[in-house]
Write a protein that binds this ligand. Structure first.
Ligand code: WT7
Length: 694
């Protein structure tokens, strides 16, 4: 399990000074707490729960669960019967009990340097209450699902917390997803209401979000599902007439021309905002008349908090469901200990709230601790590659959390743009999303952190709710590329193909043996899929889908996905999802998609397509297919390579040999054992047809 001692050589340590004030100051202390958390989870998490407000106490067991499919239904319940409200704990408790009303909750930094605003805990509470009242007048009730499709603005946090306040279940869809993806998610969770915005800029590029949202709602309608209300935030409204290149919309939001928000300073073309008065409602008009007092809805610990979709290996995304209390305790605790949160910190997580990282470590974890965070709308390279460090200096950021893909991207430009900025406020650096290669780790550590800041390489998933394997910055000697050891309450194991637990140095399937409070509770509307995906392969264990190695010192190293998933820039995509988009094109008979290593994105998409009889491969078709995938899924799924494949390597039973395709994509001739291949001539043909740019 946890090693008795940790190595003193070839590891990186936090400074003695850093450890002095740290919550978990040594490896021994970590070990002691860890043992307690595993042996008696109820007592451990019960202690954590004391910091929070409970309307009524829990009755019966603190924790009950079953991880074994052979013994009945899979479930996890923490503090069942207790009632609370997560929004109350994040806002009211901090404002009224902890006297943090005037503390900054968010420094919002817009896409354009100079666009910024600050919001305190008291202001956030007011806005959330007002919007919660708006939702109520729109007929949203406890348990109803609400879709949110918004850019990185304060109102996104307001919308999610307003849902939480009234016990509604938010389902946030990343604003980079396509109309088709939004439609699919709205329908799967049967959302009665959509919250969106006029549009936003990503660097120089205008994203006309409302058009995409309209398109999605039309698609839903065509499929027989009507969303009755759509609330539209005007984010880009200021100067709507002046800079506009497009003619004014025929029917536009009544309040869209005034300057209520007034935060986007630079004159930019503003999107055309089509308006359907039967469905669309203006955020600002609704909020104007709403009271800022709103009694929270007291929810059971195991009531649903949100749904967040993640790719599934069958192609259809899974609605990962998290519940109120466990998620609250877990995100609050991991945030506090993994980033070693101190009251004067300024914390910045660069993820988008549309992903789990943003849910747990922009909204819920930091606010539960009364932390001050940066909320950034823009891009790391806009207007130049020094933007991140400029923001770090501007707000004196102390804890900084980003993805390996962003680190590798900035690394390409060398250390000069970094060194132009001081960065002397930084204390802890974090990474998440994919394994970090040791070169990127070293660059992050030496250049960005100037060898002063511990790096927390946090391994976790949408499903785990929060960090599950991670260093604690003062306690864990770091090894570049290793997510090190389990967080409190998490009991990992490595299994071989036959499901036997491996001891000592070994490599195999990463699984977890018992629940921690933040683990997902089900796949929304599909308990069966939940059980099959995560618990069926090895009864008694939660299966992550990742491969893992344990070294001689007991450190865990994630080796990557072992299912049909791709990790592009820290985001999971399923090969099946992309393949089904490709075969929707009438010219495509069959498609197989594999990942090809990419220096910045981690993996890129390499697609093999077999065309229908009589169709010939052309550049035109290639770009049609590329657009089709973008349209169906979103820009993150844009194929890097599309190759004509008159035949695919298959086994005699017709199974596509992806292992072989991965080699072909990389141009590697060492194919390993191909004795099961039905027709070996297709392989040579595929090598000859390889994409010339690959
Ligand atoms: C998958 C989960 C958790 C937020 C971001 C992604 C990979 C994540 C690490 C890490 C190695 C990592 C895994 C995991 N992953 N963090 N520190 N080291 N791999 O959430 O989309 O649910 O993806 O991301 O493969 O299973 P997600």
């Amino acid at each position: 399990m946890i090693p008795e001692t940790v190595p003193k050589e070839d590891v990186f340590l936090a400074s003695a000074e850093f450890c002095k004030t740290s919550h978990v100051s040594s490896f021994d202390k970590y070990k002691e707490l860890y043992m307690k958390s595993i042996e008696n989870p109820g007592e451990f998490w019960g202690g954590v729960a004391k910091d929070f407000f409970w309307k009524t106490k829990h009755c019966g067991d603190f924790l009950s669960y079953n991880f074994d499919v052979t013994k009945g239904e899979i479930f996890t319940k923490f503090m069942e019967g207790a009632t609370t409200n997560i929004c109350y704990n994040l806002l009211d408790r901090n404002v009224h009990e902890k006297n943090l009303g005037n503390k900054v909750a968010f420094f919002w930094e817009g896409n354009e340097p100079g666009d910024a605003l600050t919001i305190t805990y008291r202001e956030l509470l007011q806005k959330v209450c007002q919007f919660a009242n708006v939702l109520k007048t729109q007929g949203v009730k406890k348990g109803d699902r609400v879709s949110i499709y918004m850019p990185m603005v304060v109102e996104l946090v307001v919308a999610m917390l307003a849902c939480a306040r009234i016990g509604a279940v938010h389902s946030i869809v990343f604003a980079g997803f396509s109309a088709e993806s939004l439609c699919e998610r709205i329908m799967d969770s049967e959302c009665s209401l959509l919250i969106t915005a006029d549009g936003f800029y990503r660097g120089d590029k205008l994203i006309n979000l409302k058009l995409l949202a309209d398109d999605a709602l039309q698609k839903c309608k065509d499929k027989g599902f009507a969303v009755s209300r759509c609330i539209v935030l005007k984010h880009l409204s200021k100067g709507a007439e002046e800079g506009s290149q497009s003619p004014p919309a025929k029917r536009s939001c009544p309040d869209l021309q005034d300057n209520l928000t007034g935060r986007v300073k630079k004159r930019r073309p503003v999107p055309q905002v089509p308006w359907n008065p039967e469905v669309d409602q203006c955020w600002h008009t609704l909020v104007k008349g709403a009271s800022d007092q709103c009694e929270p809805e007291w929810c059971d610990s195991e009531d649903p908090l949100f749904i967040l979709y993640t790719s599934g290996s069958t192609g259809k995304p899974k609605g990962v469901l998290h519940t109120v209390s466990g998620y609250m305790l877990y995100t609050a605790t991991t945030f506090r200990l993994v980033f070693d949160y101190q009251p004067d910190d300024v914390y910045w997580c660069t993820a988008d709230i549309g992903w789990i990282t943003g849910h747990s470590y922009i909204t819920y974890g930091p606010l539960a601790n009364g932390a001050t965070s940066v909320l950034f709308e823009g891009l790391p390279t806009y207007p130049d590659v020094g933007r991140m460090w400029e923001i770090v200096d501007k707000y004196r950021v102390t804890k900084f959390y980003t993805a390996p893909t962003a680190i590798r991207l900035l690394m390409k430009y060398g250390s000069e743009p970094v060194k132009k900025h001081k960065r002397d406020s930084l204390k802890v650096l974090g990474t998440v999303g994919e394994p970090i290669n040791p070169e990127a780790w070293q660059w992050y550590y030496s250049v960005v952190g100037e060898k002063r800041c511990p790096i927390v390489d946090t391994f976790w998933q949408t499903e785990t709710g929060g960090h599950v394997l991670t260093p604690l910055p003062a306690a864990t000697p770091m090894k570049p590329g290793s997510a090190t050891f389990p967080f409190f309450g998490v009991l990992p194991a490595i299994l071989n193909e036959s499901g036997e637990e491996l001891e000592g140095p070994s490599e195999g399937y990463l699984v977890f043996k018992q629940p921690w409070p933040g683990i997902m509770r089900t796949v929304y509307g599909n308990q069966m899929r939940f059980e099959t995906t995560y618990f069926k392969k090895f009864p008694g264990y939660y299966v992550t889908g990742d491969g893992c190695k344990r070294d001689k010192d007991g450190y865990y190293w994630i080796t990557g996905r072992i299912d049909d998933m791709l990790n592009v820039s820290g985001h999971l995509l399923s090969t099946a999802e992309v393949e089904s988009a490709l075969v929707e094109h009438e010219c495509v008979a069959e498609a197989a998609v594999v990942g090809r290593p990419h220096p910045v994105k981690g993996e890129s998409l390499y697609c093999f397509v077999t065309l229908s009889e009589g169709v010939s491969f052309s550049g035109g078709l290639e770009s049609e297919l590329r657009n089709l995938v973008r349209e169906k899924i979103g820009a993150i799924a844009t194929p890097d390579y599309i190759q004509n494949a008159p035949g695919l390597p298959k086994t005699r039973s017709g199974k596509i040999m992806r292992r072989v395709l991965r080699k072909i994509a990389c141009g590697e001739r060492e194919l390993g054992d191909i004795s099961t291949l039905a027709d070996s001539s297709v392989v040579e043909q595929l090598f000859q047809n390889r994409c010339c740019t690959a």
